[in-house]
Design a protein around this ligand. Structure first.
Ligand SMILES: Cc1cc2nc3c(=O)[nH]c(=O)nc-3n(C[C@H](O)[C@H](O)[C@H](O)COP(=O)(O)OP(=O)(O)OC[C@H]3O[C@@H](n4cnc5c(N)ncnc54)[C@H](O)[C@@H]3O)c2cc1C
Length: 464
């Protein structure tokens, strides 16, 4: 029988309704209902953004928060579906320029290693602890028309092998563009048709050639001192994604290192039980558990009955999981006869309330000497900058604090990451469309972002 989940009480000591918030928030904004009490803010949240990026972000976010978003999404879809060379960024330099100067530069890190490295450095200069980098190209088992490949069209095995090889090379190239402590993000279905079939069947282990490719990526990531996470996808793939990823954590998350993180989608009703299972396995077998916690991106295309009935339920479950893990407890039921394992939590969300709640709990537990686990947080490039930059502005140590003997431990400061995608304009088109669509369903948050950006522009140019 499943134990009943009792939602823990909100730790009153850690939270209070901020005056600024009660004055400015709309009562219907669930994700902003309560914010933790913050220390005196050192500088405005977006003060670090270069003026060029600030103005571009304001322009784009204002469009995304306006009725112009729907026609813009329709236009982007039209460009993606069109076969006209005039609309193809790889064939028409004017089209490429237009897309790059607008949405591409807002949401994407660059088309080649030099551009990506510059963007990564720019993020670190802003105070971000690091980046998560992903190759935006969608996996297609594509065979070019060259003579030597003609045979492969008749041979699905060869097409599959080629897709796996391209996927592996793409990930290894991505890895070269990040440094120690950074992440790359990996989508297992990206390895092509053989991976999709095995995942959909629920195979507990990958086919040998895919397993070999994954192992090569893991070994290279570990040797470089970087890390990676495996993205969560649709429910049909998730049991196998979990099994393959647990096996990787078993191999690579040893001796105090966490190289691999699995993703858990809190909108799934089974998510607390799933995390409990991960904790039990890690505790029993002695490896370290890495969890990236998301709400879940497939609500429109997945089995609805397995997803929490309302947004409020998903929010509550998300916060319950992060509070439990940060308190070294299972979110499902007590861990019986199993020690709580070495674990890490990555809060991947644009929801200001969840991100701040996670950081506040972590900070207070460290300062109060209470047991907790290391916390990292991250948002996508071009999304919710006021959340990421706000945390950095409020809590980053200044030079006097860094050198002071009474300085608070480094583990207390927020470790905020930006999640970046790279690829040519053409390769990034589907990724860009997803970002635009995501903004359609998060209009209220986009408006919050636009208003924070507008305020910063006003402040910077002395207009208020
Ligand atoms: C760095 C990063 C990495 C990510 N990686 C993944 C990944 O690997 N896999 C993945 O699936 N997603 C991933 N996402 C996307 C994520 O799952 C969310 O879709 C997205 O971040 C929006 O949720 P939010 O927490 O930012 O906040 P919010 O905007 O507050 O929450 C929106 C989310 O709430 C949930 N929701 C909305 N309406 C309802 C409803 N009626 N009933 C129940 N639930 C509802 C949905 O999950 C929706 O996406 C990632 C996001 C980030 C920032």
């Amino acid at each position: 029988m499943k134990p009943k989940i009792s939602w823990p009480k909100r730790p009153e000591r850690l939270y209070s309704v901020s005056k600024a918030w009660t004055e400015s928030a709309s009562a219907s904004s669930a994700h902003h209902a309560l914010l933790p009490q913050v220390s005196s803010q050192k500088k405005p949240a977006l003060a670090g953004l270069p003026t060029k990026s600030l103005l571009r972000s304001l322009l784009l976010t204002s469009v995304m928060a306006s009725p112009l978003l729907n026609p813009s999404v329709a236009l982007l879809k039209y460009v993606i579906d069109s076969n006209s060379p005039l609309l193809s960024p790889s064939k028409n330099p004017a089209m490429n320029y237009l897309l790059r100067m607008t949405i591409y530069n807002h949401f994407c890190a660059g088309t080649n290693e030099r551009e990506v490295r510059d963007t990564v450095q720019g993020m670190k200069d802003l105070g971000f602890k690091g980046v998560i980098l992903g190759y935006a190209r969608e996996s297609v088992a594509k065979v070019d028309g060259a003579e030597s490949h003609v045979e492969e069209w008749k041979n699905p095995q060869a097409i599959g092998d080629r897709a796996v090889e391209e996927w592996k090379q793409g990930n290894l190239r991505t890895l070269k563009m990040v440094g120690e402590g950074d992440y790359i993000n990996i989508k297992l279905t990206g390895a092509g048709p053989a991976a999709v079939d095995a995942l959909a069947r629920g195979d507990p282990v990958p086919p040998p050639h895919i397993e070999q490719a994954i192992t090569e990526i893991c070994e290279a990531t570990s040797a470089q001192g970087s890390r990676f996470w495996i993205d969560a996808e649709q429910q049909i793939f998730q049991p196998a994604i979990d099994a393959w990823t647990i096996d990787l954590m078993r191999q690579f998350n040893r001796n105090g290192r966490v190289v691999v993180l699995n993703t858990v989608q809190a909108y799934l009703k089974s998510s607390t039980e799933n995390i409990h299972r991960h904790l039990e396995l890690a505790g029993q077998e002695g490896w370290a558990l890495g969890i990236k916690l998301v709400r879940g991106a497939y609500i429109a295309h997945d089995i609805r009955s397995r997803i929490h009935d309302t947004k409020t339920d998903t929010d509550r479950n998300y916060n319950h999981i992060l509070e439990s893990l940060l308190s070294r407890r299972s979110p499902f039921q007590e861990l019986k006869g199993t020690p709580f394992p070495d674990a890490r939590l990555f809060v991947a969300s644009h929801n200001a309330e969840s991100v701040r709640r996670a950081y506040s709990i972590s900070r207070h537990r460290i300062l109060d000497g209470l047991p907790t686990i290391p916390l990292e947080m991250g948002q996508l490039q071009g999304m919710a900058d006021e959340v990421s930059c706000g945390l950095l502005a409020e809590y980053q140590p200044d030079s006097s604090e860094k050198n002071s003997s009474s300085a608070v431990p480094a583990s207390v400061f927020p470790k905020v990451f930006k999640c970046l995608a790279w690829g040519t304009t053409e390769e990034c088109l589907h990724f860009l469309l997803r970002r635009a669509v995501e903004n359609q369903s998060a209009m209220e948050r986009t408006r919050d972002t636009a208003s924070a950006l507008r305020e910063e522009v006003w402040r910077r140019f002395g207009w208020r």
